[in-house]
Design a protein around this ligand. Structure first.
Ligand SMILES: [Zn+2]
Ligand SMILES: [Zn+2]
Length: 392
């Protein structure tokens, strides 16, 4: 009996160990030749697979790779892919590459997602789309990850109306197909399209890009308009103070279009680390929904914990790096996005006083990013906001 019990105990321990959650690395925003990216989709996926990503969403504009599409090689070359076809043939073999002559022009068929997925055993491809719309020339781009088919862009009477209609279209698609779908608002400052108030007021929206590696997204704002981090704090202040709405969580993404040279929007600049029990779309999206993830441009975290009173971060130390963590939040009667504490070292924590509407953390390394967008861009990580367990 004892023997059987201990065996059972060992089995339980083993199964618990197998299910211990860990961080998975992924990028939920990147482009291919299916829209305005400049490489073949398999080559894009291959880049991420070779750089140790666990999951990836190809998010082309208003299109899902589920049908036949051919592209003229001239067009690939015009986008900067002079060697794209040769590289593609070399990597996947001439037999794999589907070519034809049409009206005297060389064309290549873009492979569908269902053809590409089996090529990559170690990388989860999540079917996705960048739902691309606008209002009054203001770009409104929303990524939907884990779709089964294209979701059409919406038109509306204001920026907020377009965002709300898009969120509802995504929710309807998720309900109809009985699957979780992550909708996240992209690059609010691109074309100065979406303001902090727009982000705050559409409370169906739960996720947005606090960091997008495209150089044209005005990450730092300008003299008159707030940068993306500040937008986050203003929006969350409105949500907690005026709307009793859920906090917004922040993602990091690449929004890569350019795989051939060093300029423009290149891969590997922004990503999310999601703590899940397994690398499946359902497990990852559940974890993101719970806020169990962080955004990164080059800082890794071992752990983030919040027990209702103390927000603690454990940073994975990199040789030669020093770290400063800013705990940022808004007090009940305070200004949005105050720096509540600035802590040196790899194990920063902040004990909530109780008058905070929310607190989040930004970790900044003394090392610059591998592929900086601006000169001297530091490696950073963005920890999701939390609200105190109780007001004191
Ligand atoms: Zn976009
Ligand atoms: Zn994009």
């Amino acid at each position: 009996m004892n023997h059987r019990l201990s065996l059972l105990g060992m089995l339980l321990l083993a199964s618990c160990a197998a299910e211990a959650p860990r961080y998975y690395k992924g990028n939920l925003h990147t482009h291919t030749l299916w829209s305005d990216g400049n490489h073949f989709p398999e080559m894009v996926v291959d880049w991420y697979a070779r750089h140790s990503y666990d999951f990836l969403a190809l998010t082309d504009h208003n299109i899902v790779a589920d049908h036949d599409k051919w592209i003229q090689n001239d067009q690939v070359v015009r986008r900067g892919g002079r060697n794209a076809l040769a590289d593609y043939r070399r990597r996947f073999g001439a037999d794999w590459v589907d070519e034809r002559q049409q009206d005297g022009k060389l064309e290549v068929r873009l492979r569908r997602l269902d053809e590409i997925t089996p090529l990559f055993a170690d990388l989860l491809l999540i079917p996705a789309e960048e739902i691309t719309s606008s209002f009054d020339r203001k770009p409104i781009h929303i990524n939907a990850s884990n779709v089964t088919a294209r979701i059409a862009p919406e038109r509306g009477e204001s920026v907020q109306d377009v965002i709300r209609k898009t969120m509802r279209a995504v929710a309807a698609h998720a309900a109809k197909h009985d699957r979780p779908i992550l909708a996240h608002l992209n690059h609010p400052n691109f074309g100065w399209g979406v303001t902090a108030d727009d982000i705050a007021q559409v409370t169906e929206e739960r996720f947005f890009e606090v960091y997008n590696g495209h150089p044209s997204v005005n990450h730092k704002g300008d003299a008159d308009r707030p940068g993306t981090e500040r937008l986050w704090d203003i929006a969350n202040t409105t949500r907690r103070r005026d709307l009793d709405a859920p906090l917004l969580y922040g993602l990091g993404t690449d929004d890569c279009h350019n795989y051939h040279n060093a300029s423009g929007s290149t891969p590997g600049r922004g990503w999310v680390m999601v703590r899940a029990q397994e690398c499946t779309a359902r497990a990852l999206l559940d974890a993101i929904e719970r806020g169990d993830f962080y955004a990164s441009s080059g800082v890794d975290l071992e752990d983030v914990t919040f027990d209702g009173d103390v927000l603690s971060v454990a940073i994975t130390e990199r040789e030669g790096a020093a770290y400063i963590t800013e705990f940022i939040g808004t007090r009940v009667d305070g200004e949005p996005g105050e720096i509540l504490a600035r802590v040196d070292g790899p194990r920063p924590s902040y004990t909530l006083v109780g008058d905070e509407l929310f607190v989040r953390a930004t970790v900044t390394s003394s090392l610059t990013a591998d592929n900086p967008v601006w000169q001297g861009q530091p490696r950073q990580a963005w920890v999701q906001p939390v609200a105190p367990r109780r007001r004191r």
